[in-house]
Design a protein around this ligand. Structure first.
Ligand SMILES: C[S@@+](CC[C@H](N)C(=O)[O-])C[C@H]1O[C@@H](n2cnc3c(N)ncnc32)[C@H](O)[C@@H]1O
Length: 236
């Protein structure tokens, strides 16, 4: 993507008003009001692997889901590149998955490790009548190679799972061979911790990455070959 195209990406994707999808926002509202406790296995940063804890659905929805604005942004990215094959790491309750799957000709594969969180997500996908989402309930570390070999090549990848340096680098190393010249990879929460920011900076420096855009909530990586490597920080 050449700089004028970056300008186009900014105008058509980043600098756009959110267009919330009513049916998905109804689900978000329900989740934010749901006080039911579920048992979660926490695979994420700073937690003891597989430690079981009970948390309310509304607490998880409040703390783990991204904003409506960001969900709408993800959909715009998918539309912009006409993504047909999408991978999400870290489903949670499937709100962003749903925005991505709203592109009817796209197939979305999403991986969630926590069994009861995945069950809530599946229920949401059924309520929304999606038949283009495949939810894999497993630890990403155990299944990513097989999932990638089954679904590649990938147009769009959204990473929002284990927010550590090591996990982020490992996800990238495994995914990158399955990307194409026109793929976009989005890493969520790049400013969440020193480790995530260090991972982001390392990914930007990789030779396969031709363009990186820091929108603060997330970082976007582009892989088009033959371009002069460039980096932008853009207010989202
Ligand atoms: C921040 S939430 C994802 C939010 C979701 N993308 C959204 O915005 O709606 C991160 C999710 O990743 C899951 N997760 C973290 N590490 C994982 C791993 N190693 N394997 C599978 N799931 C994992 C967590 O259980 C959690 O539900």
């Amino acid at each position: 993507m050449q700089p004028p195209t970056v300008f186009q990406f900014f105008n058509e994707v980043i600098n756009q008003k959110p267009a919330p999808i009513q049916s998905i926002e109804e689900i978000r509202k329900e989740l934010l009001q749901n006080e039911e406790l579920i048992s979660i296995q926490d695979f994420g940063a700073g937690s003891v692997l597989n430690k079981n804890t009970n948390r309310s659905i509304n607490y998880i929805a409040r703390t783990s889901s991204s904003s409506v604005k960001f969900s709408c942004f993800l959909k715009r990215v998918a539309d912009y590149i006409d993504a047909k094959n999408i991978l999400e790491l870290g489903t949670s309750f499937g709100l962003n998955t749903s925005y991505l799957a709203n592109k009817k000709d796209a197939q979305v594969t999403t991986i969630e490790g926590s069994q009861e969180i995945a069950a809530v997500a599946l229920n949401n996908f059924q309520k929304l009548k999606f038949n283009n989402i495949k939810l894999v309930q497993a630890n990403i570390d155990n299944v990513l190679p097989v999932v990638l070999s089954e679904i590649a090549p990938l147009d769009l990848v959204y990473i929002d799972a284990n927010h550590t340096f090591d996990a982020t680098i490992s996800y990238f190393n495994q995914i990158q061979p399955f990307l194409t010249d026109s793929s976009i990879l989005i890493v969520d929460d790049i400013h969440w911790s020193d480790g995530m920011y260090k991972a982001w900076k390392e990914l930007c420096s990789r030779k396969e990455v031709s363009l990186s855009i820091d929108i603060f909530d997330a970082g976007l990586l582009f892989f088009k070959s033959g371009l002069t490597k460039s980096h932008y920080t853009i207010k989202f």
